[in-house]
Design a protein around this ligand. Sequence first.
Ligand code: ADP
Ligand code: MG
Ligand code: ZN
Length: 616
Amino acid sequence: MNEVKRPQKPLMFYYAIVLVALVLFNALVMPFLTNPGVTEVDYGEFMKMTESKQIAEVMIEDNKIIFKGTDGRFYKTGQVYDPELTDRLYKSGAKFSSQIVEQMSPILSILLSWVLPMVLIIGVGQYFSKKLMENAGGGAGSMMFGMGKSNAKVYVKSTSGIKFDDVAGEDEAKEILSEIVDFLENPGKYEAIGAKMPKGALLVGPPGTGKTLLAKAVAGEANVPFFSISGSEFVEMFVGMGAAKVRDLFKQANEKAPCIVFIDEVDAIGGKRDGRIGGNDEREQTLNQLLTEMDGFDGSKGVVILAATNRPESLDPALLRPGRFDRRVPVELPDLKGREEILKVHGKKVNMQPNVNYADVAKAAAGASGAELANIVNEAALRAVRDGRKSVTQADLEESVEVIIAGYQKKNRVLSDKEKMVVAYHEIGHALVAAKQSESAPVHKITIIPRTNGALGYTMQVEENEHFLLTKEELENKIATFTGGRAAESLIFGQITTGASNDIEQATRLARAMITRYGMSDEFGMVAMEQLTNQYLGGDTTLACSAETANHIDVVVRNLINTQYHKAYHILKDNSAQLHALAKYLYEHETITGEEFMDILHKTEADLPALPASEE
Ligand code: ADP
Ligand code: MG
Ligand code: ZN
């Protein structure tokens, strides 16, 4: 790169640019430098301001008057023949002898308007011509608009200070990664015993769980340089550039070892090569180059490659072979404890009221990722500012959980009374079915205030104790709860609405999973008929069974949901007094908390005469 010739441009070209720039600078910029923020007004205005005593100080020059208003701003106006001016100024009480706007000395003025820009322009010109040379020398020999050089050069100095402490929860991932940190800090220890560090580790998990953050934290903990590049950057490039970029990245990393090379969204380049004719050649070249580089470099030098993806199943198997990304670090969605810790980490960055109960917020935010939790804290802070408060309260946090989960409260969308009534019964239908089934989580809050995401109301359930093993009965109860909304509509109004579409979707998905993946039907038993293809992004599945079986699955799914729907319907019918009382309350108050719900439920029950339950 050192012996590249200077690009030959006629000297005149540069002089012309400098000249044009100077003229522009003097015409456009100088007036602001010499007269900062001076408003021009007409003479009448000036006289008016004098009369109403709005002028603090005045300076009269040979052809203009510059003055400072009592509002602290500067004005100017043209000089008009006005013999009584001094008299009037004197009466108005304005000071008019002193200099207000400092005039620049002539030398300073010349320095500013000619010498400084000249120096700037020459400097900038030098910089760019140097850049141009570098680009011409680097990489693929392609130098279109200076894109020949890898962006990976932009590396974050480890001293940017992100540490493991900034990543809350994710203890398992941190434990695996701390070995890499140790290796980067004391490579000798590993060399002495002949142990080879894995060359690469692959961070795998849903979006927003802190994969990128963890990679930075590894560099921060080990205090080594951090080269970072995102897979999607490769894809946007010209043909042949991706491979050159990878080569370049590793060359730089080797020079700076020990260091971390981080490839974010590695699936963008590392997707399966599919041998299709006319497939993505560019991507395959890039991937091949990446594989070659990973095999080629000497792991003991202390270059560790981290990569992140939320689509591990789409990666080319070659990437996962020993000697490449052979270590897999799961970065999962945080559990209750993890969510609480993440909220605390981000809560520290805002002015939070000391009595805030993070555990409660974490409970309400079930299923939220780290990024969403960070967002919840920020939303809460924004809400506090909007309300003109100095610190963030529990209520702010709870409201922003709903914002993140259910969209902003939509105050201007008005439901008709009839609609509101239907929605109230629908939501209470869910909640009452949930409450009456022993295994179901109690309701946390129900609201029928429409949200921007289109939901007309929703029921928030909070698990008191998170658990991961669900029994068949619990799953069935969940399905019954999903159908409870529609069941209530049908029971009370004898009519059904579109309001249940989301419930139907969820119930169906759950029922299918029970049959095809959890082995929970008598008909099929423990046979897997569906495979998860996209575990972290929405969970797509593919059917792996004959068409005949698929038909039969549909029948079994239908029966399962129908059974649960009837169960829900009967629960509501048997408890219709409670249903009416609760729906009435929700209709009137629009929001009902879990406690209020239970109060009304118990009170209504106490008032009822003992009735024999209906059959079934
Ligand atoms: P990913 O790379 O997994 O998609 P990021 O690392 O980009 O997720 O996370 C985005 C942001 O979310 C982070 O900058 C951080 O503010 C927040 N965040 C995510 N996970 C965590 C966590 N475990 N602890 C603290 N903050 C987190
Ligand atoms: Mg990321
Ligand atoms: Zn519903």
